[in-house]
Design a protein around this ligand. Structure first.
Ligand SMILES: C[S@@+](CC[C@H](N)C(=O)[O-])C[C@H]1O[C@@H](n2cnc3c(N)ncnc32)[C@H](O)[C@@H]1O
Length: 199
C-alpha cells in the first residue's frame, strides 16, 4: 500500500535504484506508463472526455468556490477544467497512486497558470480534514481500486454533509454493493452514479 503523501512532485528525484527498477527493468511499469500517460489522455481528448464532462452540469457536480476532490485524476483531463470552474475561491485536490500522473498534472497546471490545484500521492487515504469536500469525482477509477470499501469510507469521512460523490465507472450497478450503508444513490445516467452521504 502506498502511504499517504501530500507533496509537490515537480523536481522530486527518485533514488537511482528505485528509478532503475521502476523505469528500466519493470515491464509492468512500462505498460502502465504507456496506457495511462499516453493512450488514455488521447482517448479522452478524441472521444470520451467531452461527453462525460457534459454530465457535470446535469448532475450539478462542479460550482464556483467548491472544494473538489478528483480521486484517481490521471494526467488531469478533468482536473484542469474543474479548476477553472471552482476558480480562485475554490480548490481542486488531484489524487492518484501513480506519481508520474501527478507530475503531469502539475506541469499542466503551471502552464495554464492555475494555482488552485494540489496534488496528492495516495492509493486510499487523503489526509484531508473531516467534512471538507463538496464533490468527489471518481471517473473510470473505481474498478481499479483494490480496497474499495476502505476508499469509500475515507470519501465518506472527507465529504461535507450535503456533499456529492460522483462515480463514473463500467461497473455500473455493481458499485452499489460497495456504497451500501455509506451513500445513497440520488441520480444516474448510464455509467454515472451520483450519491449523497448517509449520515
Ligand atoms: C483510467 S485512469 C482515469 C484517469 C482520470 N480519472 C480520467 O478519467 O481521465 C485511472 C486512474 O486511477 C488511478 N488509480 C487506480 N487505483 C487507484 C487508487 N486506489 N487510488 C488512487 N488512484 C488510483 C490510476 O493510477 C489512474 O491514473
Amino acid at each position: 500500500m502506498v502511504a499517504y503523501k501530500k507533496l509537490r512532485l515537480s523536481g522530486r528525484k527518485l533514488p537511482d535504484i528505485e528509478r532503475f527498477f521502476r523505469e528500466k527493468l519493470n515491464p509492468l511499469y512500462k505498460a502502465h506508463y504507456a496506457i495511462w500517460v499516453y493512450w488514455w489522455p488521447l482517448w479522452r481528448s478524441l472521444y470520451s472526455g467531452q461527453n462525460i464532462q457534459r454530465k457535470w452540469g446535469q448532475f450539478n457536480l462542479a460550482k464556483e468556490g467548491q472544494a473538489f476532490l478528483d480521486y484517481g485524476c490521471g494526467t488531469g483531463w478533468f482536473t484542469i477544467p474543474v479548476a477553472r470552474v471552482v476558480g480562485m475561491r475554490g480548490k481542486v485536490y488531484a489524487l492518484d497512486c501513480f506519481h508520474r500522473q501527478l507530475q503531469i498534472v502539475e506541469e499542466r497546471s503551471r502552464k495554464k497558470g492555475l494555482t488552485n490545484i494540489e496534488t496528492m500521492l495516495s492509493n486510499s487515504n487523503t489526509g484531508l480534514p473531516d467534512e471538507s469536500i463538496d464533490t468527489v469525482w471518481m471517473c473510470d477509477v473505481f474498478h481499479e481500486v483494490e480496497q474499495r470499501r476502505a476508499v469509500l469510507e475515507e470519501l465518506h469521512r472527507v465529504l461535507k454533509r450535503e456533499g456529492i460523490l460522483a462515480i463514473y465507472d463500467g461497473m455500473r450497478d455493481r458499485v452499489l454493493s460497495y456504497t451500501a450503508g455509506l451513500f445513497s444513490l440520488t441520480g444516474r445516467d448510464g455509467k454515472l452514479l451520483r450519491f449523497t452521504k448517509i449520515r
